[in-house]
Write a protein that binds this ligand. Structure first.
Ligand SMILES: Nc1ncnc2c1ncn2[C@@H]1O[C@H](COP(=O)(O)OP(=O)(O)OP(=O)(O)O)[C@@H](O)[C@H]1O
Ligand SMILES: [Mg+2]
Length: 260
């Protein structure tokens, strides 16, 4: 049976009488991982805020992890949703040790207040290992590079065993090697049998790894197209989407964009 992770039906959101997102129909099933693409201000973060219940649709219905909004405790639901964004980075304590940053994800707190359990510490180490940042154990957060911090934040989000993990521009500010290393970690996570459903918000087409089976393309508050990444990430579709000619080359199962 198909298991619904996200179900948006005809969702619109207006602000001061102005439509910000319009008539969004979007269904994500378990087993799929999605990339969400769109230019600045197109409505991506707004759609994520609707999914987390931080904002309420002006019209339409939202259901996440099988729970229709309006009938459930959103605080409970949010425990099953991990969200990694750069704004989170600034809220963590600079002097915390790397493994404690990861560990605090279990309690969704900033900083650690409870006694640390050995099993949890072990899990934190395992997650750091998976993301290729086990060497950071013992280091303070402030001494970690941008790429290392981003890995710690993803490990932190995984500590709560979320069913849905949202990566909002996770590769921002990373050099090409740090980015490839982070993408390899994300691929690794997605390949595990207990993997959460991943949503990757990105401006960079080449970050849409083969594991992101589907892509949602948002333009000026509308869904321009959605479906299989391999079908959408093509020269013709992307040129129409960006309203300017672009050229796509496929390499290592990823699409690379250039402007001719
Ligand atoms: N609370 C709000 N009040 C008024 N306008 C808003 C509000 N939230 C978002 N907007 C507007 O809605 C549009 C979509 O914003 P959103 O943050 O969803 O874009 P985005 O696709 O995430 O962009 P970016 O790639 O820059 O992060 C923008 O024009 C933004 O200014
Ligand atoms: Mg945004």
């Amino acid at each position: 049976m198909r298991e619904s992770v996200i179900d948006l039906q005809d969702v619109s959101w207006e602000r001061d009488g102005k439509p910000i997102v319009r008539h969004v129909d979007w269904q994500v099933q378990k087993g799929e991982h999605w990339a969400v693409m769109g230019l600045n201000g197109s409505g991506k973060t707004t759609i994520l805020n609707l999914i987390n219940g931080y904002i309420w649709p002006t019209s339409g219905t939202v259901s996440v992890l099988g729970s229709p909004f309006g009938t459930i405790d959103l605080r409970e639901l949010r425990k099953s949703i991990g969200w990694v964004s750069s704004s989170l980075q600034e809220r963590l304590y600079p002097t915390s040790r790397a493994e404690h940053i990861v560990l605090s994800g279990k309690y969704a707190t900033i900083g650690l207040y409870d006694e640390v359990e050995e099993a949890d510490l072990q899990r934190a180490h395992e997650l750091m290992d998976q993301l290729g940042c086990a060497h950071l154990v013992g280091r303070t957060y402030q001494t970690c590079s941008q790429g290392e911090k981003q890995k710690l934040l993803i490990a932190r989000a995984l500590m709560a065993s979320p069913k849905l993990l949202i990566l909002d521009e996770a590769c921002n500010g990373l050099d090409f090697l740090a980015r490839e290393s982070l993408l390899a970690g994300i691929t690794d996570i997605a390949s595990r049998p207990d993997a959460p459903t991943l949503l990757l918000v990105t401006h960079h087409i080449e970050e849409i790894l083969p594991i992101f089976s589907h892509t949602l393309m948002v333009r000026r508050g509308d869904v321009f197209a959605q479906g299989r990444s391999s079908e959408l990430l093509q020269t013709a579709t992307l040129s129409a989407f960006f309203e300017t000619p672009v050229h796509i080359e496929r390499q290592r199962d990823r699409a690379w964009l250039s402007v001719p």
